[in-house]
Design a protein around this ligand. Structure first.
Ligand code: CU
Length: 188
């Protein structure tokens, strides 16, 4: 009886380990695509977000006043941006041929736009640096037709990326950036 109990306990342990391994595999697996999360922490209780699209979050802690106060730094002439507005991760490697899933877990609208070079976005007030300095020059891709907006809670998919470096930025908040390094598929 005692030995049976030990076997049952062992089986339960093995089962738990297998279940855990499966969960980890799915979360990090290329089979379903790696994921970039577009993040912000807008405060839905602040009505000041409403005129520019609102804040589609159940909770958040950054009001528009704080967002604006952290957009610039006295230590730099150019745009810094509120640190809660970011692409997570800011650098990732994917295997060639695998898709990339994009999830906007923020409450504001963002874009995940590939550009040849990082630059300014399409919203002039968010490109402006310190008084007396030149604003960021918009990346051409951000002012072209067809830029896809991803609303708060929205999803998108990027696939067909060739091996090499790919720069993605938000065309609204130009400090939101990531570099995707696509590795050559060595099975060819
Ligand atoms: Cu954005």
């Amino acid at each position: 009886m005692r030995r049976t109990g030990i076997y049952v306990a062992l089986l339960v342990c093995v089962g738990l380990l297998v279940a855990q391994a499966a969960t980890i595999e799915v979360a990090g697996s290329d089979e379903y695509g790696k994921r970039v999360v577009l993040r912000d922490d807008c405060d839905p209780r602040d009505p000041a977000w409403a005129p520019t699209g609102g804040c589609n979050r159940s909770e958040g802690n950054v009001n528009l006043e704080e967002f604006n106060s952290l957009r610039l730094s006295p230590l730099a002439p150019s745009v810094i941006g509120h640190p809660a507005w970011w692409f997570d991760p800011t650098y990732l490697k994917v295997e060639g041929g695998k898709r990339l899933r994009i999830s906007n877990e923020g409450g504001r609208t963002h874009t995940f736009t590939e550009v040849a070079n990082f630059g300014g976005g399409r919203v002039p007030p968010l490109n402006a640096g310190q008084p007396g300095t030149a604003p960021l020059t918009p990346a051409p891709e951000c002012v072209a037709a067809g830029v896809v907006n991803i609303p708060g809670g929205g999803e998108d998919v990027v696939d067909g990326l060739a091996p090499g470096n790919h720069r993605f930025m938000c065309c609204i908040h130009p400090w939101m950036r990531t570099l995707v390094k696509v590795e050559a598929d060595d099975q060819n």
